[in-house]
Ligand binder design. Structure first.
Ligand code: GCB
Length: 587
C-alpha cells in the first residue's frame, strides 16, 4: 500500500478535525447506519482517552465510534476514490454510509479501502470508523481482559506504557487514476563512488522512471517496471547530513502519462561486519534515545509541533538516532528523520511477550510464555503480520537502518527459539538489506538467552543501579561491565545499549546519589558511559527515555514513568546536559 500523495495525477484531502464520537454502549446497535447520536466531538488525530475528563471514556474497554460527513471533490469523476486510515489503535472498521469497506487489526500501521463504487464526485457520504482498544493473547502487543466484581471490564497488559487508543494519526480521502502505481520499492547500493538504485514498481501498465537530484535535475532514467539506476558521484545519505533524491515513477498508456508517483530516495548502505555496524562503509555509533509517542492530552496523537520540538531537543543533546520503542511511529516522523539524517531503529509493537514481567516490573511468576497456554501459533501469526506491515510501510526510508522485531521477550524460556526463528527468517526474506535485532531483557543473560545468535545486532536493555543493584553504582558498574564482556565473548556481535536510565523527579536534588534525584540520574548515566567506553563491541547508547511518559497505574509509577531526560512537557533534567557534553562536546 502506497502512501497517499498529491501528484500531477493524484489528489489528497485531509480528514483531520473534530469527529462525532461515542462509546459503543452509548452508540446504539449498528451505529454506522445513521447519524451518531452524541454530544461528544473527538479530535483526530489524538488518542481519545485523556481528552474528555471522564473515567468512563478513559478506561473504556471495547469499541468506540468516530463519524463525520465527507464531500468528494467534484473533479474526481473517472478516478478511483480511496479512504486511508494511518492508524486505528488497535483494531479498525470503516463504513461508508451503511457499507463495511475495511477491517484491520494492528494499531500502528495503516490500512485503506477503495470506495469508488459507493460515493459520487461532488456528493457527500457518512464516514464511520469503529475503533477497538482491546488487547488479547493473540494481538500485538498482547494483553488480557478481566471483569471486576461490579461487572466492569478491565484491560491488563504487560508493557509499560498507557494503552492509548483511537485515531491517533491522520485520515485521508484520495484519488488515484484507474491504472496506477500500486507499490514502489527502492534499494540503494554503492559501486565505488557510483550510487546504485534498484527499483521495482507495481503497476497495471508500462512504467518509466527518472531520478531527480535535490535541485530537480534528472540524473538517471529508465523504462521498465524494475531495474537499476546508476548515479555517478552520488551524494550519499549520511547520518547528520541527509541527501535525498526523488524517484518519479510514471505509468504510461498510449504515450500518455496516466499516473505519476514520487518516492524520496536516500543512497546509503548498511552492513554488519564483526562487531561493527557500517553505514556507507563507516562504523556508526548510536547516540540517542528510546522514545514514545506520548504527550499530555493528546496521548499518542501525532502532533507536528511536538515532533519538530523533540527532534530539535535530541539534536541539542547531540543525539544521532532513536528507537521507535515500542511500536511503529507515525510516517511523518520517519519522513523527518529521512530529511534530517537521523538514524532509526524501527520496532514492531511486539512488546510484552513475557509473562515474567508486568508494567516494567518482575511479576515473580515462573510461567511458560510461549506455547499454546501462553503465546502460541495465533500470536506468532499476528506477529508475522506486524512484521510484514512494518516492512511494507517503512522499507523505503533511508533513516531506517535496522528492524527490531520485539522488545524484551522471555528469550530465556523454552519455546522462545521455536517462536522467534521463523520470524527472523521472515524479516530477512522481506528485506535482505537491513540487519535484524531484538531488545533483550536482563533475565536473559548471555548464558541463558536462547535466541541472540539468530540476530545480526544484539540490543540490550539494562537497569543496573535501578532495578538491580538499586542505588549502588559501584556494583552496577562492575556487573554491567562483566555482562557486556560476556555478550562480547560469547556472540562476537555488535551490542547496542537500547535502554539504560533511572526514574527521576524533576527538581529533586541531593548531595548523595539518592534514588529519584536528578543527581542520581546523571551519576547513573556517567557510570554506564565509562563502561561503554571500555567495551569495544558496544556500538551505541540510547537512554531510556527521551521524555517522561504515561503508563498504566502502578505503585512504582508516579503519574507515569519518570525515566525521561526531559519531563513530559519537554523541560530538561540535569541529565540532558550530561548527554550534551558527552555527545556534542558542549556545555
Ligand atoms: C523496560 C521496558 C520499557 C520500560 C522500562 C522501565 O525494560 O522495555 O518499556 O518502560 O523498562 O522503565 O521499566
Amino acid at each position: 500500500m502506497l502512501r497517499p500523495q498529491n501528484s500531477p495525477t493524484r489528489e489528497l484531502v485531509n480528514l483531520d478535525g473534530l469527529w462525532r464520537f461515542a462509546l459503543d454502549d452509548d452508540a446504539g446497535p449498528e451505529p454506522w447506519t445513521g447519524v451518531l447520536r452524541t454530544d461528544l466531538e473527538a479530535p483526530v488525530p489524538a488518542s481519545y482517552n485523556d481528552v474528555f475528563a471522564d473515567d468512563a471514556i478513559r478506561d473504556h474497554v471495547g469499541w468506540v465510534w468516530y463519524q463525520r460527513t465527507v464531500r468528494v471533490p467534484r473533479g474526481w469523476a473517472g478516478e478511483r476514490v480511496r479512504v486511508r486510515i494511518d492508524a486505528a489503535t488497535h483494531e479498525g472498521r470503516v463504513y461508508v454510509d451503511g457499507s463495511l469497506v475495511a477491517e484491520h487489526v494492528g494499531g500502528y500501521t495503516p490500512f485503506e479501502a477503495d470506495v469508488t463504487d459507493l460515493v459520487e464526485p461532488g456528493g457527500e457520504f457518512r464516514l464511520t470508523i469503529g475503533v477497538n482498544n482491546e488487547l488479547t493473547p493473540t494481538t500485538i502487543p498482547p494483553g488480557f481482559t478481566t471483569t471486576t466484581d461490579d461487572g466492569r471490564r478491565k484491560q491488563l497488559y504487560r508493557h509499560d506504557f498507557y494503552n492509548y487508543a483511537g485515531l491517533a494519526r491522520s485520515v485521508w480521502l484520495y484519488s488515484v487514476p484507474a491504472v496506477s502505481v500500486e507499490d514502489v520499492t527502492v534499494v540503494s547500493g554503492l559501486d565505488g563512488t557510483t550510487g546504485v538504485v534498484e527499483y521495482e514498481v507495481a503497476a497495471g501498465a508500462a512504467v518509466r522512471v527518472r531520478l531527480l537530484d535535490a535541485e530537480g535535475a534528472t540524473v538517471a532514467e529508465r523504462e521498465g517496471a524494475s531495474g537499476e539506476l546508476r548515479v555517478p558521484d552520488a551524494r550519499l545519505w549520511r547520518p547528520g547530513a541527509a541527501y535525498l533524491y526523488e524517484l518519479v515513477a510514471e505509468v504510461v498508456e498510449d504515450g500518455a502519462v496516466v499516473d505519476s508517483y514520487s518516492q524520496p530516495v536516500g543512497i546509503r548502505t548498511v552492513e554488519v561486519r564483526g562487531t561493527e555496524l557500517l553505514i556507507n562503509g563507516e562504523p556508526f555509533y548510536f547516540k540517542g534515545f528510546g522514545k514514545h509517542e506520548d504527550t499530555a492530552v493528546r496521548g499518542k496523537g501525532h502532533d507536528p509541533a511536538y515532533m519538530v520540538h523533540d527532534f530539535r531537543l535530541m539534536d541539542w543533546c547531540g543525539a544521532n538516532s532513536f528507537r521507535t520503542s515500542h511500536y511503529p511511529y507515525a510516517e511523518e516522523v520517519l519522513d523527518y528523520a529521512d530529511r534530517h539524517g537521523i538514524v532509526v531503529i524501527d520496532e514492531t509493537a511486539a512488546v510484552g511477550l513475557n509473562l515474567a514481567i508486568g508494567g516494567g516490573m518482575r511479576t515473580g511468576a515462573v510461567e511458560r510464555t510461549f506455547g499454546e497456554d501462553g503465546f502460541g501459533k495465533a500470536t506468532r501469526e499476528a506477529h508475522a503480520q506486524a512484521i510484514r506491515e512494518l516492512i511494507q510501510r517503512d522499507k523505503n526510508h533511508p533513516s531506517v537502518v535496522m528492524w527490531c522485531i520485539t522488545n524484551e521477550p522471555a528469550s530465556f524460556e523454552d519455546g522462545a527459539r521455536d517462536y522467534f526463528a521463523p520470524l527472523v527468517d521472515l524479516t530477512r526474506e522481506l528485506d535482505a538489506t537491513r540487519p535484524v535485532t531484538y531488545a533483550n531483557l536482563v533475565f536473559a543473560t548471555f548464558e541463558t538467552d536462547t535466541i541472540a545468535d539468530l540476530f545480526d545486532v544484539i540490543c540490550l536493555n539494562r537497569y543496573y543501579g535501578w532495578y538491580n543493584d538499586t542505588g549502588d553504582l559501584a556494583s552496577a558498574e562492575a556487573h554491567l561491565e562483566a555482562e557486556l564482556r560476556g555478550w562480547e565473548a560469547r556472540f562476537g556481535k555488535p551490542l547496542v545499549m537500547t535502554e539504560y536510565g533511572a526514574d527521576t523527579l524533576a527538581g529533586l536534588h541531593s548531595v548523595n546519589a539518592q534514588l529519584w534525584t536528578e543527581d542520581f540520574q546523571t551519576a547513573l548515566l556517567e557510570t554506564y558511559h565509562r563502561v561503554f567506553d571500555r567495551v569495544p563491541a558496544v556500538i551505541g547508547e540510547q537512554v531510556w527515555n527521551f521524555a517522561d511518559f504515561q503508563t498504566m497505574a502502578g505503585v512504582f509509577r508516579v503519574d507515569g514513568n519518570k525515566k525521561g531526560v526531559f519531563t513530559r512537557d519537554r523541560r530538561p533534567k540535569a541529565a540532558a546536559r550530561v548527554l550534551r557534553k558527552r555527545w556534542r562536546g558542549q556545555d
